[in-house]
Design a protein around this ligand. Structure first.
Ligand code: UDP
Ligand code: MG
Length: 340
């Protein structure tokens, strides 16, 4: 108990600049990353509310809005808002790349030590940002928001999301209630290690878990969308399922593919060989015909599949090495270095 308390205090003084002199420094402590796709009506209130909340805090911050190919004038509105709000920076995409890409761009350009992501439609409440940060400083690498009272359509959104959340929890071993909530706080160094593809942003906790992060969740407020439309429908569920398979694959196979495919191949090969020997004995020693037996087919298939799986494991092993080495990615993650 005592040691966890002192760790808590250490982490606090370590990362949170507590006096104004530090805050007036040019270093940014918090980066707020917001993907924007056709949120024209929401933008002014969004920037207003976020800066109103963060101006109350002692640390310095920046707001990074990523305009993901908006066609409703959000781009121009961002330009105008950046005139009055000095903390606002905007990255404008050439076309619509999707929320995951927008978040990746935000992460790549964030200068802060901690990063908070939220939606640009005011469904998340900026007042939750300091709350998440406080939780982060208790010693977590990622704090995920949990929309306990989610304000979205029941049948098309809440139900699929409930099922998806259960499934993701099962597959990824990260026990959260709400993976889809955009409101999350991260330590910047955690995000720097992660590459995002597809709709993978909702699997950030799972990816972070693979990277050895300490993860927790916190109930947050959620509001109905007042302006503009949701960009997603039921179709997203299927894309999310495909991404879930990718994540499950990464989780098990990424570092030692041969352990998985090699074992499978071996089992298949041995089973095929045993059947083959059995049939061989029948044919040669007992002089029975085996040509019409389905077992012969099975033996051949198992044998060939075994060899294929084995080779696939070896190939995956090679690919995995290229993957890590081409990015200079070590196979471990360091949390802390002491006495260097
Ligand atoms: N968004 C984006 N690119 C897209 C789709 C959405 O940047 O292709 C942004 C959108 O502007 C919003 C956030 O991602 O800020 C979440 O989108 P939305 O509110 O439509 O999703 P929902 O809350 O309905 O799940
Ligand atoms: Mg929304």
């Amino acid at each position: 108990m005592v040691s966890s308390l002192s760790y808590h205090q250490n982490a606090l003084s370590d990362t949170l600049p507590s006096d104004q002199s530090v805050a007036s420094d040019t270093t940014v402590y918090l980066s707020v990353v917001i993907p924007i796709y056709n949120e024209f009506e929401n933008l002014p209130a969004l920037i207003d509310q976020v800066s109103a909340v963060l101006d109350q805090e002692t640390y310095s911050y920046e707001i990074i809005c990523i305009d993901d190919g908006s066609k409703d004038g959000s781009t121009q509105r961002l330009r105008e808002l950046s005139q009055t709000c000095k903390a606002l920076r905007a990255i404008i995409f050439r076309r619509n790349y999707g929320q995951t890409a927008a978040m990746a761009a935000g992460f790549a350009n964030a200068q802060g030590k901690v990063i908070v992501t939220l939606d640009g439609d005011l469904q998340n409440d900026p007042r939750d940002i300091p709350v998440l940060l406080e939780k982060l400083l208790e010693g977590y690498d990622l704090v995920s928001g949990w929309r306990k009272q989610r304000q979205d359509a029941a049948l098309t959104r809440l139900l699929p999301s409930k099922i998806a959340n259960k499934l993701i929890a099962k597959v990824t071993d990260v026990r959260l209630h709400d993976y889809g909530c955009s409101l999350k706080a991260y330590r910047a160094e955690l995000v720097a290690d992660m590459n995002l593809y597809g709709e993978l942003h909702r699997f950030l906790p799972a990816l972070a878990f693979i990277e050895g992060a300490r993860i927790t969740e916190l109930p947050v407020r959620h509001h109905p969308r007042r302006y503009g439309q949701s960009k997603y429908g039921l179709g997203r569920t299927f894309r999310v399922m495909m991404d879930l398979m990718t994540v499950a694959f990464m989780k098990t196979f990424l570092t030692r593919p041969m352990h998985v495919f090699g074992v499978l191949g071996m089992v298949s090969l041995v089973a095929g060989s045993l059947l083959g020997i059995y049939l061989f004995v029948l044919r040669i020693l007992l002089q029975q015909p085996i040509g019409g037996r389905p077992l012969l087919m099975l033996a051949v298939v198992l044998f060939l599949a075994g060899i294929q799986l084995f080779c696939f494991g070896l190939l995956a092993e090679l690919l995995m090495r290229t993957y890590h080495e081409s990015q200079n990615k070590p196979i471990y993650r360091v949390r802390e270095r002491v006495g260097f």
